[in-house]
Each structure stands twice: as structure tokens, then as C-alpha cells.
Design a protein around this ligand. Structure first.
Ligand SMILES: *[C@@H]1O[C@H](CO)[C@@H](O)[C@H](O)[C@H]1NC(C)=O
Ligand SMILES: *[C@@H]1O[C@H](CO)[C@@H](O)[C@H](O)[C@H]1NC(C)=O
Ligand SMILES: *[C@@H]1O[C@H](CO)[C@@H](O)[C@H](O)[C@H]1NC(C)=O
Length: 226
């Protein structure tokens, strides 16, 4: 009994199946599909491959363009660096410890006291000379710096006997619009500067002194011109 029922069921499904499956029974049909269908498929595949290739090609092109512009940009950066470097070069000049920086020179106030000639020698051993005062502004700076010290300092200016003139140690005669000297100008006179004046004194008296020298070059490449 049971078996017959099962059989009947199977029969039902069997009879139903072909009807429903009839639209699905295409697979065998596709094998026999028209030629244009296969051709279209192949063409489609080829098109897809071409598309992928062209996308890759475009990508490569875009990347190479980007690299090119970045190279040009970095070239510009280098040029800009060069520019800033050359404008920065004065900052590469440095004065040693214990030396003041004023404009384009380094200035040192001595601790020792001695006659003018010894000051001259000491500045030479420090790689400089006694101070040469270029203009009123520099004189003001020196007077201000001497303020806290309350003493007189030899500078590189003395009275030379043959031509009866005040002469800087670089050989130039003193021009009166840079500074006036108080005191007598006579044989063996040397100039000292204090907080308020420049004085003529005997070169054999004892004073401190002021040396000057050129700033040290921190970077060889930017300071060779001086
Ligand atoms: C920097 O500029 C100088 C001229 O000003 C030039 O000779 C030099 O090649 C430049 N250097 C660089 C890295 O651009
Ligand atoms: C010597 O020094 C004085 C004072 O700084 C300056 O006015 C003059 O031009 C200098 N002379 C030379 C030849 O450098
Ligand atoms: C004045 O200075 C010069 C060097 O500039 C020197 O030869 C001369 O002996 C000095 N005069 C005196 C009196 O020290």
C-alpha cells in the first residue's frame, strides 16, 4: 500500500517535471546556439580585455605625468632653497664667545689693562686689530657698551709726529665728522674711548682696550667672498 502511494507521488512529480522544466531545458539548446551568439561573446571578451588594457595604459600615463610634474616641482624647490640660502648668508657669520656682534664685525672689550702698544699686540694675537671706528653710529654703540664698565679703552688711533695728525692704524687720517678728541694732541698721544668721550692720552698710560675682527665663517661655501 505504502509503496504504491510513493510510486504515485513519484509519478506525479515526474509528470509535472517536464512541463515546468521545458523552459529550463535550454542548456542543450545553448550548445546549439546561433553562431553570432558565440561571436558576440568572443567580441565582448576581446572588448573587455581591450578596456582593461586601456585603463592600465591610462593609469601608467597619469602616474608618469604626476612624477614629471613632481620632478619639476622639486627642481623649483631646489632653486628656492638656493635663493633663501644666498639671502641667508649673513646669518652664517658668527662672532666667538666673549665678542659682541656689531654690523659686519666682532668687537671685544679687554679685561686686562696695559699701555697702548700692548693692546695693539694683544688684538693681533687674537686675530684682530685695535678698534677702528667707522662712523657716528658705531661710536654711539661703543660708548653705550662702555657705559657699564666705567673705564677708558684704547682704540686704534694715535697721533703721529711727522705729519702731526691723528691716524687710524690702517693708515687713514682721522676725519673730524666721525669723532672729536678731547685733550691735547701731542707727541706720543693715543686715543681712548669711554662712555661719553674720546680722549687723547699718553700712549704709555694704562687702559683697557677694544679689539675688532671679522666674523668667523660657519659655512665655507657662503663666506668665501669676503
Ligand atoms: C645656486 O645658484 C648658483 C648661482 O646663484 C648656481 O651656480 C648653482 O648651481 C645653484 N645651485 C643649485 C643647487 O641650484
Ligand atoms: C681706516 O679706518 C677708518 C675708520 O674706520 C675708515 O674710515 C677708513 O676708510 C679706513 N681706511 C682704509 C684704507 O681702510
Ligand atoms: C702709532 O701707530 C703706528 C701704527 O699704526 C705705530 O707705528 C706708531 O709707533 C704709533 N705711535 C706711537 C707713539 O705709539
Amino acid at each position: 500500500m505504502d509503496a504504491s502511494v510513493v510510486y504515485a507521488d513519484l509519478n506525479l512529480t515526474k509528470t509535472r517535471e517536464p512541463k515546468r522544466a521545458s523552459p529550463l531545458s535550454l542548456p542543450p539548446d545553448t550548445c546549439r546556439c546561433p553562431r553570432w551568439h558565440r561571436l558576440a561573446l568572443k567580441l565582448g571578451c576581446a572588448g573587455l580585455v581591450l578596456l582593461v588594457l586601456s585603463v592600465i595604459g591610462l593609469g601608467v600615463l597619469v602616474i608618469s605625468l604626476l612624477q614629471k610634474t613632481s620632478v619639476e616641482k622639486s627642481g623649483l624647490d631646489v632653486q628656492e632653497n638656493n635663493l633663501t640660502k644666498t639671502t641667508e648668508s649673513p646669518a652664517m657669520l658668527k662672532c666667538s664667545k666673549d665678542w659682541l656682534t656689531h654690523r659686519d664685525k666682532c668687537i671685544h672689550f679687554s679685561q686686562d689693562t696695559n699701555i697702548w702698544k700692548e693692546g695693539l699686540v694683544d688684538c693681533a694675537t687674537k686675530g684682530g686689530t685695535l678698534l677702528l671706528i667707522q662712523d657716528q653710529e658705531e661710536l654711539r654703540f661703543i660708548k653705550n657698551s662702555a657705559k657699564g664698565k666705567g673705564e677708558s679703552f684704547w682704540i686704534g688711533l694715535n697721533y703721529t709726529s711727522p705729519d702731526e695728525n691723528w691716524r687710524w692704524i690702517n693708515g687713514s687720517t682721522l676725519s673730524s665728522d666721525v669723532l672729536q678728541i678731547t685733550g691735547d694732541a701731542k707727541e706720543n698721544s693715543c686715543a681712548s674711548v669711554s662712555k661719553d668721550k674720546v680722549t687723547s692720552e699718553s700712549c704709555a698710560s694704562d687702559n683697557k682696550w677694544i679689539c675688532q675682527k671679522k666674523p668667523k665663517c660657519v659655512s665655507e661655501t657662503t663666506c668665501n667672498d669676503s
